[in-house]
Design a protein around this ligand. Structure first.
Ligand SMILES: Cc1ncc(COP(=O)(O)O)c(C=O)c1O
Length: 385
């Protein structure tokens, strides 16, 4: 049996440190917005190459709060891909703005400057660039269209970009990085992360983060997460009770120093699939130009995906179709999705399948997965499917 992902093996060696971190919080008796959150915010901002980080309760709140902090409100439009986790779009209406769905590049599963351009109107206030499956959407190309970008980096902790064409904030972003590299979290005006347990960097419950190098955006996000207040005495705007807990921050501080190693393990697993010839059998995910993805999910595609699912199921190889129904076709999105036609999104939704990937996936496991896919005797893939 090969699991779809493995979050426990990488943590096994850290159990002692994790217990000590939890004890430290218990001993401190500080549970909300104390020293652990403050320290993790500084450490995570430095990791991403951003000036500020604001811990929030989850990755969904992070999007809503970051959009509001960027000035998005009623009457505005936010461009968002439909091929993503539902929360990317769900987080927009609570700001008062309208989600406008755009298509994806069928090879990378991310939005492109072309697909965003088709969705722009004079009311577009921001673009939510989802770094899907750990790939990195082309933020600089999208910003060049003249719209601010919020990165949804929920699935992209540990990914990198190696081309300066990817971001305009790289000058302030290279404290921790080679001069020609940058990370999600420092590419657009602001970025959001989820620390849901299965993410590349996951806590033991819900957690999220907003990063930005814009001090005004950071300040507004800090206030919004705290009931729209600085001091819980005067309230400047209607905000949220949405904080990262001290316990979760302490747990994440233990893990952050290992994220790059885990990300390298994810990259290596993706390379092993390529080297084992999987690309002759099914369509593999393509890196966005300049991106070095720490694959969160390894998602392949084939027109006869049902046959592939059956073969993997029979061999007890983990697999999952994450987004069979694109977001714009979900009932809750009817108001904004009706009549929208996104052919590449529909195609990806119909044909995609996540196969096993984790930082500790071995070459032997990869070989078993590839042999199983080969055994499914799928029709030969045609490029441009
Ligand atoms: C792309 C994307 N955006 C947003 C979210 C929302 O994060 P959370 O579950 O922490 O609210 C997730 C994950 O759950 C996600 O994968």
């Amino acid at each position: 049996m090969i699991p779809l992902f493995d979050t426990s093996t990488p943590l096994a060696a850290l159990r002692g440190e994790l217990r000590a971190a939890i004890e430290r919080v218990l001993d401190s008796e500080r549970y909300i917005l104390g020293p652990e959150v403050g320290a993790f915010e500084r450490e995570f901002a430095a990791y991403c190459g951003a000036d500020h980080a604001v811990g929030v309760a989850n990755g969904t709140d992070a999007i809503t709060i970051a959009l509001r902090a960027m000035g998005v409100g009623p009457g505005d439009e936010v461009v968002v891909p439909s091929f993503t986790f539902y929360a990317s779009a769900e987080a927009i209406p609570p700001t008062g703005a309208t989600p406008v769905f755009c298509d994806i590049d069928p090879d990378t599963y991310c939005m492109s400057a072309e697909t965003v351009r088709a969705a722009l109107t004079p009311r577009t206030k921001a673009v939510l660039a989802v770094h899907l499956f750990g790939n990195v959407a082309p933020v600089a190309e999208i910003e060049a269209l003249g719209v601010p970008v919020l990165e949804d980096a929920a699935q992209a902790a540990g990914s990198r970009v190696i081309s300066p064409a990817h971001g305009n904030s790289i000058a302030s972003a290279d404290r921790n990085l080679a001069a020609d590299a940058a990370r999600p979290g420092a590419l657009g005006t602001a970025a959001t992360f989820s620390f849901f347990p299965s993410k590349n960097l996951g806590c033991f419950g819900d957690g999220g983060m907003i990063t930005t190098s814009d001090v005004a955006v950071a300040e507004r996000a800090r206030t919004l997460r705290f009931h729209g207040s600085h001091d819980k005495v005067t309230y400047e705007q209607v905000g949220y009770n949405s904080r990262l807990d001290e316990l979760q921050a302490a747990i994440l501080r233990v893990q952050l120093p290992h994220l790059d190693l885990w990300a390298d393990g994810r990259r290596a697993a993706g390379r092993h699939y390529e080297e084992a010839g999987l690309g002759e059998l099914v369509r593999l995910p393509r890196h966005v130009d300049g991106a070095s993805p720490a694959w969160h999910l390894y998602v392949v595609a084939h027109p006869d995906v049902g046959r592939l699912e059956n073969a993997l199921g029979a061999a007890e190889v983990g697999h999952k179709a994450y987004y069979r129904t694109p977001v714009h076709r979900q009932v809750a999105m009817r108001e904004w999705g009706a009549g929208v036609e996104l052919p590449a999104t529909d195609e990806a939704a119909r044909t995609h399948l996540a196969i096993p990937l984790s930082p500790v996936l071995t070459r032997e496991q990869v070989d078993v997965v590839v042999a199983t896919v080969r055994g499914a005797k799928l029709s030969k893939i045609v490029t441009g499917m």
